[in-house]
Write a new protein. Structure first.
Length: 162
């Protein structure tokens, strides 16, 4: 997951929205287990302007809800949604959502044997409102990746209260 996040950040920092990240577009190279994103057929340059949702070309079950319900979307929250879906899929061995209706209003069924930090990370990536979702840099800083670090979302909440 750390390599996937780094690959997504690499794209975002270079002004590229991949547009179709899913398990089939992640290549793992043996023997060093290096992760590579492949198939940039839906990629677009990132600008300060939002993308038009009608132009989204990614796999439907990985589509962020804002693309299905709003006329525009921003790439970084869409990236975070996709990261959350991939993490969910890896740990649950199934897709989080199977159709557009479940993406927009479906209940996320999580394996309660996973750590609370892991469940929190998944749920914070899969918040349906993009402005409430973790930001891309916060995903890698999350407590699940750094068990001795405080959770960035909790730190943000503490700052808001003061």
């Amino acid at each position: 997951m750390r390599q996937l996040i780094q690959a997504v950040k690499f794209c975002a920092e270079r002004g590229v929205f991949h547009g179709d990240i899913h398990a089939g577009n992640i290549l793992v190279i043996q023997p060093r287990l290096e992760l590579k994103l492949i198939d940039f057929g839906c990629a677009r340059p990132i600008t300060s302007e939002p993308f038009k949702s009608r132009d989204y070309g990614g796999a439907i079950v990985y589509t962020p809800p804002e693309i299905l319900r709003d006329p525009t979307f921003f790439p970084n929250p869409a990236y975070v949604w996709t990261i959350g879906l991939i993490l969910y899929e890896i740990l649950h061995r199934r897709l989080a959502f199977t159709n557009t209706r479940s993406i927009i209003i479906g209940k996320l069924k999580t394996d309660l044997t996973l750590s609370s930090a892991c469940l929190e990370l998944i749920s914070q990536c899969l918040v349906r409102h993009p402005e409430k979702r973790l930001q891309l840099h916060q995903v890698e800083e999350h407590q699940w990746f750094n068990p001795t670090s405080p959770n960035p979302a909790q730190q943000l909440d503490k700052r808001r209260k003061h």
